[in-house]
Structures are given as structure tokens and as C-alpha cells.
Unconditional design. Structure first.
Ligand code: CU
Length: 128
């Protein structure tokens, strides 16, 4: 009885140690909304969320569509990038930002941009 209890205590301690290490790593990765090395911006009924995002040179942004028919078109910035639209619950696509600067983008479908579907991506230079 006592032996089994000790075994459980040791197992639990090891588990805590593993979970503790993973936790630290995860907190670091979640800084600034970064998960698995990719930021996520959601698109939907006349919004991008977050509409302004600050990232670092080399980071990626994945655009997830919640509903409707939307695209992503960079209208000003160091690179003119574009993602084709998709309909409904879908992934519009992922953009990689290798050049620092401020990028403004819109949804170019119909009058969506005029209705508020605009966003800004601030790409900060990598610190060495
Ligand atoms: Cu749209």
C-alpha cells in the first residue's frame, strides 16, 4: 500500500516537471498571439480581427474566414501581396512577411473595404 503511494508520488512529480517545462515554452510561444510560429487574423462580416497586428520580420499570418466571401489584398507597403477569396468557414491563406514595414490591406470584394474590411500589419525588423 505504502509502496504504491510512493510510486504515484514520484510519477506525479515527474509529470509536474514535464508539464512545467512545456508550460514555459507555451507561454513564450503565445507572446503577441503567436501560436506555432504563425499569427492568426480572422475575417468575417465586414471585419478583420485583430484589424491591426504587430509582428516581426519573417513571421507569417494565417487568415481564417469565419463567414462570407472575403480575400486579402495588400494596398500599400513594401510588398504587394494577395490571397484569393474563399467562401464560408475556410482558410483564405497564409502570408509570409520577410520585409519590415507597414502594410495596409483591404478585402477587395464588392464594397467590403468601404464597409470596414481593412487592416494594418506592422512588421518590425528582426533584432540581431
Ligand atoms: Cu470581404
Amino acid at each position: 500500500m505504502m509502496k504504491t503511494k510512493n510510486k504515484w508520488s514520484i510519477s506525479f512529480a515527474i509529470l509536474l516537471l514535464i508539464v512545467g517545462c512545456e508550460d514555459k515554452n507555451e507561454i513564450y510561444q503565445n507572446e503577441g498571439g503567436l501560436i506555432d510560429g504563425i499569427y492568426t487574423v480572422y475575417a468575417g462580416n465586414m471585419y478583420y480581427n485583430p484589424s491591426t497586428i504587430s509582428i516581426t520580420e519573417g513571421d507569417s499570418i494565417r487568415f481564417i474566414n469565419d463567414n462570407g466571401f472575403h480575400d486579402v489584398k495588400i494596398t500599400s507597403g513594401p510588398l504587394k501581396l494577395f490571397l484569393n477569396p474563399c467562401q464560408g468557414d475556410c482558410t483564405i491563406g497564409t502570408l509570409v512577411f520577410d520585409v519590415a514595414g507597414t502594410y495596409n490591406y483591404i478585402c477587395s470584394i464588392g464594397t467590403h473595404a468601404q464597409q470596414g474590411m481593412t487592416g494594418t500589419i506592422i512588421v518590425n525588423p528582426k533584432k540581431n
